[in-house]
Design a binder for this molecule. Structure first.
Ligand SMILES: Nc1ncnc2c1ncn2[C@@H]1O[C@H](COP(=O)(O)OP(=O)(O)O)[C@@H](O)[C@H]1O
Ligand SMILES: [Mg+2]
Length: 139
């Protein structure tokens, strides 16, 4: 799954997330890098589908975390964009979310400071013309 990809539209971002989700195994901590609107949540929508769940993935921009139960394990989708400080990160119980059957996906991981678990994968998304480019790196 490691590599560089060109994603012409949102459907391609979702498809990449889906094939990644179908191949990755738990435990996994996946950091999603990229500006606002780069496609991080779109990738995760596909990812959850790739794990076999038929869930509507909503952005946890305000809720900070959303969870999905799948046959392959529990998905914890975090978005730290609006995190207010270390206390709020602490309240998310990140360490307890990193069990052997857990997939932890974190948008804006750098905003969480030291409390954010180290990544096993990093997905980076960037604007490219009308679409996006993506890279997936095992870390
Ligand atoms: N490859 C792509 N090309 C064009 N638009 C895309 C692509 N991937 C996602 N988008 C669109 O970009 C917008 C923002 O996506 P989103 O996943 O919410 O970004 P983020 O979570 O990084 O802020 C959405 O309207 C989505 O459909
Ligand atoms: Mg998002």
């Amino acid at each position: 799954m490691e590599g560089d990809y060109v994603l012409k539209d949102a459907g391609e971002t979702q498809a990449l997330g889906q094939s990644f989700g179908a191949q990755v195994t738990a435990p996994a901590v996946i950091h999603l890098q990229g500006d606002l609107g780069a496609g991080k949540t779109t990738f995760i929508q596909g990812f959850v589908r790739g794990l076999g769940a038929d869930a509507a993935v909503l952005s946890p921009t305000y809720t900070l975390v959303e969870e999905y139960t799948t046959e392959k394990g529990q998905v914890h989708h975090l978005d730290l964009y609006r995190i207010s400080g270390p206390d709020e990160v602490e309240s998310l119980g990140l360490r307890d979310r990193c069990g052997p059957d857990d997939f932890v996906l974190i948008e804006w991981p750098d905003r969480g400071g030291d409390a954010v678990p180290t990544s096993t994968w990093t997905v980076s998304l960037e604007y490219l013309d009308a679409g996006r480019s993506a890279s997936i790196v095992k870390t």
